[in-house]
Design a binder for this molecule. Structure first.
Ligand code: PMP
Length: 386
């Protein structure tokens, strides 16, 4: 069996007097704190200084369609995509958002407002990212309607398919499943939050109509709340900008400045061969280690299952590699409600049912701090023993 280091008390628990066995291991959210250690070691390389008189205007670049996008951030985004080779940036508009959460809603709004009829159906193939449900239902818009699982979707009329690849929650590589190539009312939003070389082999330079990326899951800076969309169609990009203007009159400049600096440093580290310097090498090694440990625990058990991923040639690393997704899609062979079973062991995960799947699956974040992850492994190992 895999040797588990004695987990320390997880740092994120405030009451230090609680015994370790009573700590709640929260792996429900994909809070990417795993990368803190790397950025700590980078010391002052990413420090930005902002004076009281800086960045005061609403506006960034009035001649840009996305007038609240800082020009330096635009360059940093393009340079990173060129260095990694994961997406085409030429001949398209970059729209910045307060996380890709805002951009996804902006894109759905844009496509629905340009559709000939409303409501536009919104679908995603199960298991899907559960937040899409809230994003499309919360404001009770009459312009679009969440129709759930894209597998088997056969409603006529305009629709938007959300394609997440690698997928949240199960890490698989996804393409559209509805596929109506001759239907001009068929629209797709590609969510590439995890299409980065520490998680998955970069097999092609993606070139779709609307592609969403988030700073959160590349470097772990989720709190900065920056995402961007690469959009081919000018009218769609305009509508997205309009939505963000009404919603928040642009996007924090402080956040954009910080993101710019960190993306510039990240792109620089891509040139390094060193595993401690090159962020994607560092991230891949860390994820490989975590996945190795988790697979060992699951292998020892007759009860649990994990998704297997095929190897593929990664253009970024120049060799064939495995996938190490940001979430594990843990299943049980028993007829049990896995999320409740884990909760009994004080482990919180996202229920499979919330992702359009079943009670026998849960989504587990692989991006927590090391001690929290080790505590999870320890509890999982004990669960199967009883
Ligand atoms: N899309 C996917 C697939 C995600 O997993 C997440 C984060 N959990 C997001 C979008 C939202 O990211 P952001 O922090 O940029 O809002």
């Amino acid at each position: 069996m895999v040797k588990l280091e004695n987990p320390k008390k997880p740092e994120n628990v405030s009451n230090k007097n609680i015994p370790l066995s009573d700590f709640i291991v929260n792996l429900d959210h994909g809070d990417p704190t795993a990368y803190e250690e790397y950025w700590r070691k980078m010391g002052d390389r990413c420090t930005v200084t902002i004076r009281g008189c800086d960045l005061m205007s609403y506006f960034s670049d009035m001649i840009n369609l996305c007038w609240f996008l800082e020009p330096e951030l635009e360059d940093a985004i393009k340079n990173l995509h060129v260095a990694v080779g994961n997406a085409a940036t030429e001949d398209r508009y970059i729209v910045v958002g307060t996380g890709s959460t805002q951009l996804c809603q902006a894109a759905i709004h844009a496509l629905a407002s340009l559709a000939r009829t409303n409501p536009v159906s919104v679908v995603a193939a199960a298991p899907f990212y559960s937040t899409y449900v809230e994003e499309t239902t919360y404001v009770r818009s009459g312009m679009y309607k969440w129709e759930g699982d894209a597998w088997g979707f056969d409603k006529k009329g305009p629709y938007i398919e959300l394609v997440t690849s690698p997928n949240n929650p199960d890490g698989t590589i996804r393409e559209t499943v509805v596929n109506r190539p001759d239907d001009d009312e068929a629209k797709v939003i590609h969510d590439f939050a995890y299409y980065w070389p520490h998680y998955t082999p970069i097999t092609r330079r993606q070139d779709h109509d609307i592609m969403l990326f988030t700073f959160s899951k590349i470097t772990g800076h989720a709190g900065t709340r920056i995402g961007w969309a690469l959009v081919k169609d000018k009218e769609v990009a305009k509508k997205m900008v309009e939505y963000i203007t009404v919603n928040s009159i642009g996007v924090s400049k402080e956040s954009q400045v910080r993101t710019t600096k960190i993306l510039q440093v990240l792109t620089e580290t891509c040139k390094s061969e060193s595993e401690s310097e090159n962020f994607f090498k560092y991230g891949r090694a860390m994820m490989k280690d975590r996945w190795g440990k988790l697979r060992e625990v699951v292998k020892e058990s007759a009860d649990f299952t994990l998704t297997k991923y095929p190897e593929a040639y990664c253009n970024y690393f120049g060799k064939s590699l495995e996938s190490y997704p940001a979430f594990a899609w843990l299943g049980t062979k028993e007829e049990t409600d896995l999320v409740s079973e884990l909760r009994r062991h004080k482990v919180l995960c996202r229920a499979g049912e919330r992702c359009g799947s079943d009670k026998k699956h849960v989504r587990v974040s692989m991006l927590s701090r090391e001690d929290v992850f080790n505590a999870f492994l320890e509890r999982l190992a004990n669960m199967k023993a009883h």
